[in-house]
Write a protein that binds this ligand. Structure first.
Ligand SMILES: Cc1cc2nc3c(=O)[nH]c(=O)nc-3n(C[C@H](O)[C@H](O)[C@H](O)COP(=O)(O)OP(=O)(O)OC[C@H]3O[C@@H](n4cnc5c(N)ncnc54)[C@H](O)[C@@H]3O)c2cc1C
Ligand SMILES: Cc1cc2nc3c(=O)[nH]c(=O)nc-3n(C[C@H](O)[C@H](O)[C@H](O)COP(=O)(O)O)c2cc1C
Ligand code: SF4
Length: 408
């Protein structure tokens, strides 16, 4: 902070008319590019407040300022101008929607960096939840040449995106979801407080589908016969993915991360997580923040697929938080059996015993593509989108659905 104050004074003395204040360095990159794991929005406000007392030029402040209450509170106190970065990638109409009080129509930024900074070395900046971002002129939504009736099966993010784009293009869309609510994997995924933007995205889809007149049929599981008999020109299967189950008898006592996230299982105080991918690590962090003692056991040499699998700011912040909250991380290790309140772990030549009131399994997801396989030969335009086509993440589910819906 002292160095920042000095820099600000040097810059203003040299003639700078305003300062755009944020924080972080290449060693703490998640401060410059804040992932969803920050507890508070408007995380640069304390720094703006300090600088406002030190220099006499307008202070500009970004850093998740999209909550209008936070923005208004900051004006005059921590800054003179509020700035929006990623929110404008996720929804370029944000300022206009804010002005008109239509906040329920704002597509939220997830803080994931998958589509923006995470891709910067691989292509143009875009956005996970807004596939047209950065290429609006060539990749926007255009009216369909002929109206069709489109049946979409599955109301996860892929099905919802497909429904939204198809309806916006003028098609008549019916979306069938077997559960009582939309969202699919975003429902468990958005349970930890730090993943709340996932639930915001689901609310945004619900509102969009309502505004666009999509007929959403909840608690309607579709089978192959029903799909084949449905009077639709086009069918889109978006049945998503389900957790991979551990097959070993010795691990039968493990419960799934989904069950824990959804509150179907309440874990004890000592938790061993099998699997150090994103779901295992985030669920582990969520439990550690509740005061539980957590150990994550990962077979591979790195958790989270190593520093290059996720956008680096998200990876390093999650890792730092896991360490900060005392999560024990065992790499190159496997849980071989669960005996009472003990998880037996093999790590190289060593065998360890970890105390475990609850063992949780988070070993990945597999495509739920049985419906697609059963109907793919039918004599109609038919697509498989999102995780049911290939298990990936929110961005790929949205982008895949958008691409398909643009072409119906
Ligand atoms: C706990 C968790 C955390 C995650 N965290 C992240 C993250 O931080 N970032 C990220 O990018 N990705 C994350 N993911 C992955 C991401 O959520 C998925 O890739 C994405 O949601 C897939 O969307 P989808 O619509 O293809 O499938 P799903 O979300 O699985 O949706 C499929 C829907 O189809 C319905 N359905 C299935 N069969 C039928 C049928 N026969 N009839 C009617 N409806 C049916 C299901 O009920 C479900 O609602 C996470 C996943 C989980 C489980
Ligand atoms: C694609 C992208 C590029 C960015 N480039 C810079 C940059 O060159 N210099 C900088 O100081 N901040 C940069 N930032 C950080 C933003 O200025 C901003 O501080 C940060 O995104 C947090 O604000 P937000 O929550 O409104 O996005 C960039 C952010 C994004 C998403
Ligand atoms: S890619 Fe993710 S972090 Fe970047 S603007 Fe879009 S939603 Fe926000």
């Amino acid at each position: 902070i002292e160095e920042g104050i000095q820099a600000a004074k040097i810059l203003t003395a040299a003639g700078y008319d305003a300062l755009n204040v944020d924080a972080g360095t290449y060693d703490s990159w998640y401060w410059n590019h804040p992932p969803m794991y920050f507890e508070e929005e408007g995380m640069y406000r304390p720094f703006g407040e300090i600088l406002k007392k030190e220099v006499d030029v307008p202070i500009i402040l970004a850093g998740r300022m999209e909550n209008p209450d936070i923005a208004v509170e900051a004006l005059g106190k921590s800054c003179d101008i509020v700035e929006y970065g990623r929110q404008l990638l996720a929804d370029a109409d944000y300022p206009e929607k804010l002005r008109r009080g239509r906040l329920d129509e704002v597509r939220p930024c997830l803080g994931c960096h998958e589509g923006c900074l995470g891709r910067i070395s691989r292509g143009p900046v875009s956005c996970a939840v807004n596939p047209a971002c950065g290429r609006e002129a060539i990749y926007g939504i255009t009216p369909a040449p002929k109206q069709k009736t489109v049946l979409i099966v599955g109301g996860g993010v892929a099905g919802c995106e497909c429904a939204r784009v198809a309806a916006e293009r003028g098609h008549k869309v019916i979306l069938c979801e077997k559960l009582a609510r939309l969202g699919g994997n975003l429902i468990p995924g958005g349970v930890p407080e730090f993943k709340r933007y996932d639930h915001q995205l689901v609310r945004w889809y619900e509102r969009q589908l309502e505004l666009l007149g999509v007929e959403v049929r909840l608690e309607q599981e579709m089978n192959a016969t029903e799909v084949e008999q449905f009077p639709a020109d086009t069918v889109v299967i978006a049945t998503g993915s389900v957790p991979v189950k551990l097959r070993q008898e010795a691990l039968a006592a493990a419960v799934s991360a989904d069950d824990v996230l959804m509150g179907r299982v309440v874990p004890g105080d000592k938790v061993v997580m099998i699997g150090g991918g994103l779901v295992g690590c985030e669920t582990g962090l969520w439990l550690a923040k509740q005061g539980k003692q957590v150990a994550v056991v990962e077979m591979l040499p790195e958790i989270l697929g190593g520093p290059k699998a996720l956008p680096f700011m998200n990876y390093s912040m999650l890792l730092d938080l896991m360490n900060y909250h005392g999560i024990k991380i065992l790499k190159g290790a496997a849980v071989t059996s669960i005996c009472g309140n003990t998880a037996v772990v093999r790590q190289g030549e060593n065998t360890l015993e970890l105390e475990a009131d609850t063992v949780i399994s988070a070993v990945g997801y597999r495509s739920e593509n049985s419906l697609y396989e059963a109907v793919k030969g039918m004599d109609r335009e038919i697509y498989n989108v999102g995780d049911s086509s290939q298990v990936h993440n929110i961005m790929y589910a949205v982008w895949n659905a958008y691409e398909v819906a643009r072409n119906i």
